[in-house]
Design a protein around this ligand. Sequence first.
Ligand SMILES: Nc1ncnc2c1ncn2[C@@H]1O[C@H](COP(=O)(O)OP(=O)(O)OP(=O)(O)O)[C@@H](O)[C@H]1O
Length: 780
Amino acid sequence: MTASNGRGKEPLSLEDVVKRQAQQKEAGSKPKFLSKEERAKLALERRAKEVEAIHEREVEEKQKRIEFFEEAKKLAQEEQARRYASSSSRSGGGRDRYRDHRSPSPPRSRRDDYRSREYDRNGDGRYDRGDRDRDRDRGYRGYRNDRDRDREYDDRRREDRRDDRRDRPSREGEEDGEIDTAGLTPEEMAQIRERYMGGEWKKRKVRRVNDRRFVFDWDAGEDTSVDVNPLYNQRVEYTAFGRGHLGGIDPEESDFRKGGKQVIVDNRHWSEKRLSEMKERDWRIFKEDFDISTKGGQVPRPIRSWRESSIPEPILRVIEQVGYKDPTPIQRQTIPIGLQNRDIIGIAETGSGKTASFLIPMLSFIMKLPKITEETAALGPYALIMVPTRELAQQIEVEAAKFAKPMGFRCVSIVGGHSIEEQSISLSRGAEIVIATPGRLKDCLDRHIIVLGQCTYVVMDEADRMIDMGFEADVTFILDKLPVSNAEDGQHADAARPSADQGRDVSATARAMATLRSLGHHDAMDVDRPLVKDTTEEPVVRQQLPEAVLKALGGVHIRQTTMFSATMPTAVERLAQKYLRKPATVVIGNAGKAVDTVQQIVEFVHDENRKRHRLFELLEEYEPPIIVFFNQKRSVDQYAKTLAKEGYLVAALHGGKSQDTREAAIDKLRKGEAQILLATNVAGRGLDVPNVSLVVNFDMSKNIEEYTHRIGRTGRAGKKGTAVTFLTKDDSEVLYDLKNLLVKSPVSKCPAELANHPDAQVKPGTFVAKRKYEETLFAK
Ligand SMILES: Nc1ncnc2c1ncn2[C@@H]1O[C@H](COP(=O)(O)OP(=O)(O)OP(=O)(O)O)[C@@H](O)[C@H]1O
């Protein structure tokens, strides 16, 4: 207890202390939100500290380096001194002696001294024979002694040199214990070696009989064919024998012209050529440039520009009005196929303009049919677009109306959540195009609010979702209600089908029958023949296509079905085939690939609190609009409240909300009245809100297809976007596919934690055989 100024501070009661601690703890646990400026300031301060630390580290390292070199220098000097001292003590002044020996004169001069001394000893300057013999003996001995000395001198010199070499740091390539080359260069040594020991033999390369490598050694001089074989004497530039006048070479396609001369090759890029100048090669390059691949045979050429296509003029005018300058890759290839009234499977990344890909050929098809009048309105629409969600249906209605309205066509959407009566009234006014969710459409068909008596054109947007098990039964039911099937023999078997509703007092069917009768199809509902089997075991009852429509279609009595999606799992594609007839499949890029304009970030966040904290950080970092996906409706509601409390403008969207609230939520986001949309998978597919900067997967989706669609709500129509996904231990099922998606994305990084995660190594459900050494063997 302390009282600093004598006045004695009142000590806190235990309750106060506990209360204060609780308050501090609560304040600490609450995420603290910083403004952008504050965060920038903090980041700058952090960076300044980092730079300072780096600088200090550098100075310290430099100082250490200097000290190290000084010490090394000192040690080297000491070592040199020690060596010098030891060598001089060992040889007893050997170096001096060496210096004596190096003088050229000593041995000879000493010999001469000695001789002159002997000579003088005789006194008369003579040098007698006996003396000479003695001298010779002595001299010989002396000479021998001198030679010994010389040898000794050489030995010592060699030894010194060896010492020197030992002291010297060894040069590159100079090995310890190398033979003394007495100052010879390696070349000289090699010559000596060759002289006395023979040259080096190069190993001959032996070619084995079964050596598969092709030997390219070819000497032109070895070619004897010219002289020997007369055939080779008359060589021609271009030899192409076979059937046809140029052996199967199309003179138009090849640059080879009559006369056998090669003409200039046209190397211009396809964009510099006119349509009529485009050759097979140019089309190939064109398709490669737009990443277009097709299968299904007899696929028409893609379109280079709107104006060059065979799209009818009124539609071209609308395209201009809408502001689409150039077709997108999926539009380039699927529109010409659609214009040929052929079935299509179109797969292209999210936000790539698939809606217009099916709308344009559809409108061109409708244009050929008689205008829907009050009379024919009761027979239902000409075309049907099926989509998995209400919001998407409404969005497509708006998009379709943009094109259809200027052409005088009507679009009506039939979705749950709105009164059936209202929709019935809209339909009774007549609509060429109906956009519907399968559930509500089935309901309407069941209740005879709508008939599909003249509908021969069907689009399934988000096709994989449409034909997965949740929707398949409804879709099949609806397709069976059409007057045509996709069967080859449909046009015979379907002809004059009676309606199953015959005699039933139901409004739409009754109206349709009355209409058909008034149009001259008196027996349309009275024939009862074996029916075409489509997809169910039960016989399918189809009503007859009105004469005028059939005539406009040139007597073709087959359903045209097109399917579009960004994803198409193989199993679903196989299932899809039963709805289609000889479809052309168009894939842009790789099927199921996430869009390249979206940077994907994944973070392993196991703790819910940490997730929440991270979400707040991200919401501060990115500009609205932002979409946050949850797997539970409950979480959407809970976070909508939390974020609203923090002052964010939020909108919530999930299947448990009323249709009005759902529509209002999207509307708010589009208009900027909401900054953040919190949603379940309901908003995952097709939703086109411009400029979404960030998608957060607060919960990872349960399959990779949904993930691809969710993140495709950003980075649309060529714009850039970011998707952040929180991963937990519950997401092991999708880790493998997620890793592959990230690895393929040029703008995303796969974190090591995901790349090395055991669940990301093999596809779930794959049987991994144990390696031999991992097996446990039990002795009997
Ligand atoms: N040729 C074009 N030129 C410019 N913008 C286009 C073109 N075609 C479509 N768009 C625009 O691109 C956006 C995305 O188009 P759309 O909704 O059709 O994509 P999508 O491929 O159906 O996406 P998702 O797979 O998510 O459903 C829309 O805003 C649309 O208006």
